[in-house]
Design a protein around this ligand. Structure first.
Ligand code: DQA
Length: 155
């Protein structure tokens, strides 16, 4: 069974406690459980990770790209948190590793401060899910499934 990676960037470990008016009261562990159920439904194993370190996220994107090329990974859902708005390194990792990536934001970043309106990741994303709260995570998994090439064996 191929894996799907859900990668979370800085401060998302605080989900549920952090600015609940913006991000809601659901914890990251609860989001992971939701994602696990949807991934199973889609025929995938979920690998759900969070890091506050930009370089660790780069390493994981490179790993995902390598595993995608050999068929072991279908792609990545990436909520890069604030690195979305700052990190050329993450964008380079996505394009360099040729990983299929859906960009995700819990909040509608376009309704927020101007510095959140630009994303370095959108230009290298297959698609973007923004502003649906934590419900965006399972939506992003389902969106990723629509992007996969049809299996000629029908399985
Ligand atoms: C976020 C939006 C970012 O602007 C912010 O820095 C985050 C979370 C979101 O999921 O809405 O950490 O990516």
């Amino acid at each position: 069974m191929p894996s799907v990676l859900v990668l979370n960037g800085p401060n998302l470990n605080l989900l549920g406690r952090r600015e609940p008016g913006v991000y809601g009261s659901t914890t990251l562990a609860e989001v992971e459980a939701d994602c696990r159920a949807v991934a199973a439904e889609l025929g995938w194993t979920l690998e759900f990770r969070q890091s506050n370190q930009e370089g660790e996220l780069v390493d994981w994107l490179q790993e995902a790209g390598g595993r995608q090329q050999s068929g072991g990974v279908v792609g990545v859902v990436l909520n890069a948190g604030a690195y979305t708005h700052t990190s050329i390194a993450l964008a380079d990792a996505v394009s360099g590793a040729q990983v299929r990536m859906v960009e995700l934001h819990i909040s509608n970043v376009h309704r927020r401060e101007a510095f959140r309106h630009h994303s370095y990741l959108s230009a290298v994303a297959a698609g973007v899910i923004v502003g649906f709260g934590v419900a965006g995570y399972p939506l992003a998994l389902r969106a990723l499934a629509t992007l996969l090439p049809a299996d000629p064996a029908g399985g």
